[in-house]
Design a protein around this ligand. Structure first.
Ligand code: MOS
Length: 762
């Protein structure tokens, strides 16, 4: 179930219109009837099919590559290797000078005899059919000169270095007060080290591209979260102006951060299509995605918390060591959230990297908070127990008045309300603070909770909106809908603004010819594209009113525009009204159009003057079989404070997805790296375990709605990634409460739990 609780002081700015209604997905019928076209499904009769051959070593050089037999195989049109691939720019330095360049830098393929990671593309075979291409790839013989790679993290922490910045441009270190002294002097302490494993995004739709050249322009049908990044990144790689690249991505089967930059499918399809003068399709197989489409890196985190006996934090320390690719640095901002979450006079956060011979890490759902809060919110639970305090009361006692490190006020913050409301609804008082005390048959029952925090971002965006003489509204943005509900939310925003029914609005997304947005990423999509569309609708209304007032043909000629409104398909001006369609028909038979923009980035006035975050509290109940250690989720509750909720139905789905990722992070997800050869062993969905329906219990989502006027003109805050923040920690804390066993190495599989299960339980 979902519920929205609106505050007593409900702002008049929270309207009772279409925004905020649980409208079903407008793209739903297309999707369930199979008429939504995904990347690999774009039909092009003359398309040829590419298949990527990956390296069989993790580090070294190609000494010899013999493709003669493959070239003679039936149906083969072309075999591309580093020897004949079109010239591309060099890959360049491991660290890009600015944040945008991470997204737009050239990512050349098949441009060198170097092998940098296992399964890196060494050849592309293009054939008349996919099967022929794949079969021919098996005929290519590659001889390598192998070098010794390094893959270990935990034993190499001493080799760690300090990067220039973390992902998203944060300082790697923060230090306030004197952490060491305060921690040493604290009467109650936790000093705990946690490990989180490699993880892979695994969107349902694999990465795939159809590339079509026309003259010196290329059209790329692909699965992308951010079209502008894809356009710029591919243009850099092909060394052509971005204007000659068009990206089309109307439907995306999930991204989770793995579709923010171009990958081998896109680059190789574009190169091969150019060489062959024919459209080429390339998709990554599920197995290839594990090496070639990003991952979340393995990490070691040390969390040190010192408190007075009354539970006030005197010192907070969060140290992170993460694996990173040696050729392209990625430093997840794992401890950055800890700078804003709880009050304490002495604070220390640090990020360090250890290079390994793997492909680059990438952004993965809630980069930073997802692994960071998994560790930190367990440490808070450990501290609460040591103090003999309730975990919620401990957090409330350390609620800061202002952002503890930046010193600026919060735009809005309702973490305490989320925890209190959650406790009430979940029946938190039934939790026994002493672990292992609640038993039902063979099951040990435990309750756990964790807080959630995630920064609210906004990205620069522009939208175009038009109305025709039939009163039909069309909006265009290069925004994407990666399954989150963007089409629906933007439809609601346009419909409410212009006072027309949802059915009168058509939102078109996913084409780089449309006005530029920040795309889907960082949970900024709805707020950024939505605000731009809101502004565009405002501009369109101005144009309509101006025409209505000044045009001789207008039924509203000379009306007073003060108090004008667009409601029920009508324009109401100065006590008079006209049907919108009639009005446009008479004053602008060709229709009217307007654009609107919103500025992005962290340089805006409200961004520098306020600390903007979304909040939540997650609750979990688990059952652990006392004989086998088998863990079963029993129920979860997430109480969410993310500003105004634009659509409770799509918002709820986001939180359900986040909590499901929390179950995965706590109990299942782990990509195992073979330290001898540097490859991910369990590289398919049979062996990389994600929660399936039978793993997911009854889940409840409650929104504590508020209007955050500092965030954006809509008053909403990002929530896509909030659901996973702390979700896994709530489950880990529930397992501890059930069993008294604290597992600090994720995921918590039963082999780690079993040795510690109380003997009395057996
Ligand atoms: Mo998100 S990891 O920015 O798609």
């Amino acid at each position: 179930m979902t519920e929205i609780m609106t505050p007593q002081n409900r702002s008049s700015e929270i309207s009772n219109g279409l925004i905020g209604q649980p409208i079903a997905r407008v793209d739903g019928p297309l999707k369930v009837t199979g008429r939504a076209t995904y990347a690999y499904e774009h039909a092009m009769n003359e398309a040829a099919y590419g298949y990527i051959l990956g390296a069989a070593i993790a580090k070294g050089r190609i000494v010899e590559i013999d493709s003669a037999e493959a070239e003679q195989a039936p149906g083969v049109l072309h075999v591309m290797t580093y020897r004949n691939a079109p010239a591309q720019p060099e890959f360049g330095p491991a660290v890009t000078p600015t944040v945008p360049e991470v997204f737009t830098r050239a990512r050349p393929m098949l441009n060198s005899d170097r092998v940098r990671f296992y399964d890196e593309p060494v050849a592309l075979v293009v054939s008349e059919t996919l099967e022929a291409a794949r079969a021919a790839a098996g005929l290519i013989r590659v001889r390598y000169e192998e070098e010794r790679g390094v893959f270990d993290l935990p034993d190499r922490l001493a080799e760690a270095y300090t990067p220039g910045r973390t992902n998203a441009g944060f300082e790697t270190d923060s230090a306030i007060g004197d952490f060491d002294r305060a921690f040493a002097a604290s009467p109650v302490k936790v000093d705990a080290t946690y490990r989180t494993p490699y993880q892979h995004h695994n969107p349902m739709e694999p990465h795939a591209t159809l590339a079509v050249w026309s003259g010196d322009e290329v059209t790329i049908y692909t699965s992308a979260q951010t079209l502008a990044n894809f356009r710029a990144g591919l243009a850099s790689t092909l060394d052509i102006p971005p204007e000659r690249v068009r990206i089309v991505s109307p439907f995306i089967g999930g991204g989770f951060g793995s579709k923010l930059i171009v990958h081998p499918d896109t680059v190789l399809a574009a190169l091969a299509a150019k060489v062959l003068r024919r459209p080429v399709k390339v998709a990554l197989t599920r197995q290839q995605m594990f090496a070639n489409a990003g991952h979340r890196a393995e990490m070691v985190q040390q969390v040190r918390l010192g408190a007075d006996r009354d539970g006030r934090l005197t010192s907070i320390g969060h140290d992170v060591w993460s694996a990173t690719s040696g050729f392209e640095e990625f430093c997840e901002q794992t401890a950055v959230f800890a700078r804003s979450l709880y009050a304490s006079p002495n604070r220390l956060t640090r990020h360090r990297l250890v290079p390994v011979d793997l492909n680059r890490g990438e952004w993965m759902r809630s980069p930073g908070e997802a692994p960071g809060m998994l560790a930190f919110e367990c440490a808070m639970d450990e501290l609460a127990e040591r103090l003999g305090h309730d975990p919620i009361e401990l957090r409330i006692r350390n609620e800061p008045a202002d952002d503890p490190e930046r010193g600026v006020p919060f735009s809005t913050r309702n973490l305490v309300a989320c925890m209190r409301e959650g406790a009430r609804r979940f029946g938190w008082e039934r939790r026994n603070p002493t672990p292992g005390r609640i038993r039902e048959g063979r099951n040990l029952i435990g309750y756990g909770m964790a807080a959630a925090i995630r920064p609210n971002y906004i990205g620069a965006a522009t939208a175009r909106v038009a109305i025709d003489a039939n009163g039909r509204v069309t909006a265009h943005l290069d925004m994407t809908d990666i399954g989150t509900g963007t089409y629906t939310i933007l439809t609601q925003i346009a419909a409410e603004n212009l006072g027309v029914p949802v059915a009168a609005v058509k939102v078109e997304l996913g084409d780089s010819r449309f006005p530029r947005t920040a795309g889907s990423g960082g949970s900024w999509g709805a707020a950024s594209a939505g605000s731009a569309l809101h502004v565009a609708c405002g501009a369109l209304k101005e144009k309509i009113m101006e025409a209505a007032r000044s045009d001789d043909r207008s039924p509203l000629r000379d009306a007073d525009i003060a108090g004008a409104s667009f409601v029920g398909g009508e324009v109401r001006l100065g006590g008079r009204s006209a049907k919108l369609a009639d009005l446009i028909g008479s004053v602008a038979p060709d229709g009217l159009e307007a654009t609107g923009s919103i500025a992005g980035g962290r340089n805006t006035e409200t961004y520098s003057s306020y600390s903007q975050h979304s909040y939540g509290a997650h609750f979990a109940e688990v059952a652990v079989d006392c004989d086998t250690g088998e863990i079963r989720m029993r129920r979860t509750l997430s109480v969410i404070g993310a500003g105004r909720i634009l659509n409770p139905k799509t918002a709820r789905s986001q939180i359900l997805g986040g909590m499901t990722w929390g179950i995965g992070a706590a109990l299942m997800e782990e990509t195992v790296l073979d330290p001898r050869y540097g490859h991910f062993v369990n590289r398919d969905l049979a062996e990389y375990h994600v929660p399936v329906n039978s793993d997911v219990p009854e889940m409840e989502v409650v929104f504590l709605e508020e209007y955050d006027g500092k965030a954006n003109p809509l008053g909403s805050k990002g929530l896509g990634e909030l659901g996973v923040c702390g979700a896994g920690a709530a489950i880990a804390n529930a397992i501890y409460n059930a069993t008294g066993v604290r597992v600090r190495e994720f995921p918590i599989t039963l082999d780690k739990l079993l040795p510690g299960l109380p003997a009395t339980a057996i």
